[in-house]
Design a protein around this ligand. Sequence first.
Ligand SMILES: [Zn+2]
Length: 172
Amino acid sequence: MAEEIRLEVEDGILRYKGSRMWILNPYAIAELQKEMRRIIGPAHKTILFNGARKGAIRFVEEMLSSSTLARTVKRFGWGQRRIAEEICKVATRLGFGEMSVVSYDEKEDRWIIRVINSPVPEALESDTPICELTRGVIAGALEVITGKSYKVREIKCLAIGDEFCEFEATRK
Ligand SMILES: [Zn+2]
């Protein structure tokens, strides 16, 4: 990986490029998800999705307003796809798996985002796709980058035997 991740820690407060972070292992997230699934059923997906979406909105807004990334975007006049690719690199560095933009159909306003080595599937068995947090992060990030709302479906998932996880985002 070209850029090393640099975290600042002071008084138990950890930051990445100025944004507060908190490191959890995937098993904690998997157990949380398992408990939510057991107690409240399918609605847990919406809760996890919306929580991650809102968290990502805040994080990506911070990234695009005050970091060196914000200055680069402005200086080089990056378009939405280029910004999305860069946010995928940030997510990759933060351990979300190797995230990339596979395609962006401008006419249809349809994005395909791939995640190789997604962290939760290795800790959670399921017969349906389970990466609700990543799905929410993609929705939130795209919302900040484009100013529009997206519906995000996980169309492939490591948890159900696919080689990687893949997400389709279409306009709501
Ligand atoms: Zn998945």
